[in-house]
Design a protein around this ligand. Structure first.
Ligand code: PXG
Length: 288
């Protein structure tokens, strides 16, 4: 495996960063997870756009222009010769001292790994998955905006620890007011009387690249699509539930907190959007 690290390509055992890197010491940094389908990088510009947006929000000056970083991502994919795979792009605040002040970190660290990812078993894509509501609430926007895809994932890790204790594959996270935000590493959707709905990012959710893609596909397919504030009750009584994410793609949810969603089988609109998504990923993206 060849890993991009601060302008060079190094082997896995040479790909090391300092224990004084603030990405490690404070989770001070941002990242993206990007998929490769059939030697094409899916929605690369959208991922880079979100990364630079997050960098701006945390006053981190990425030391490369977007085109240079894009080139580095493409080159990493090429060197690892992946037909299908997953790219992890990370930008940290860089090496500083043992105080958290970012002004002491002169140079951000950038690394890019190209590998593979699989977060759920294959069978959930045709049978559907079990989701439980976790007691860990999604980070408050006013404390750490979930729109920043930061290296601070302890909120999501704590939620995952809850899911690990029960028979379920994913967790549904509410905000402090009890409204549905998103799943632990995916966005959440429901289908209600033909309307495809997802919570607005203003409740505290990541503006997922897959979420945006699925909303566009749903509009193109003629479905009504909306951002909607939702409670758990809305989730339980919906006709269909599904989640979206780079790692997850689109996955049907058939049970939430032991309530069967709709018929308890993956819903027709979910399946239709899955088909459309799979044909889009095969026919678009940055080639290498
Ligand atoms: N919400 C959160 C909190 C996420 O971390 C998504 C939604 C979906 O966003 P995208 O842009 O991917 O559609 C994410 C994405 C992993 C992994 O290692 C996590 C994500 C992406 C890829 C891999 O589990 N999170």
């Amino acid at each position: 495996m060849e890993i991009y690290l601060d302008g060079e390509f190094v082997s896995e055992d040479q790909a090391k960063i300092s224990v004084f890197d603030h990405g490690l010491l404070y989770g001070d940094g941002i990242f993206e997870g990007i998929r490769i389908y059939h030697r094409r990088i899916f929605k690369l510009d959208e991922h880079l756009d979100r990364l630079y947006g997050g960098a701006k929000a945390i006053l981190l000056d990425v030391p490369l222009e977007v085109d240079q970083l894009k080139e580095a991502v493409v080159e990493t994919a090429k060197r690892n010769d992946l037909t299908d795979g997953y790219i992890r792009l990370v930008v940290t605040r860089g090496v500083g001292d043992l105080g958290l002040n970012p002004t002491k970190c002169p140079k951000p660290t950038i690394f890019i790994i190209a590998s593979t990812i699989k977060i759920y078993p294959d069978e959930i894509y045709h049978k559907g998955m079990k989701v439980v509501t976790v007691s860990t609430r999604r980070n408050l926007i006013e404390a750490l905006n979930p729109r920043i895809k930061s290296l601070n994932y302890l909120n999501n890790v704590l939620a995952t620890l809850e899911v690990n204790r029960v028979d379920a594959q994913e967790g549904l996270m509410l905000n402090a007011d009890g409204y549905v935000t998103e799943c632990i590493v995916d966005n959440f959707f429901l289908v209600d009387k033909g309307v495809v709905a997802t919570p607005p990012t203003s409740v505290g959710a990541l503006k997922g690249v897959t979420r945006d893609t699925v909303m566009e596909l749903a509009v193109e397919a003629g479905y009504d699509v909306e951002e909607r504030i939702m409670t758990l009750h809305d989730v339980y009584i919906a006709d269909e539930n599904f989640l979206t994410g780079t790692a997850a793609e689109i996955a049907p949810i058939t049970t939430v907190d032991d309530r069967l969603i709709g018929t308890g089988e993956p819903g027709p609109i979910t399946m239709d959007l899955m088909t459309k998504f799979h044909s889009l990923v095969r026919s678009s993206g940055t080639s290498f």
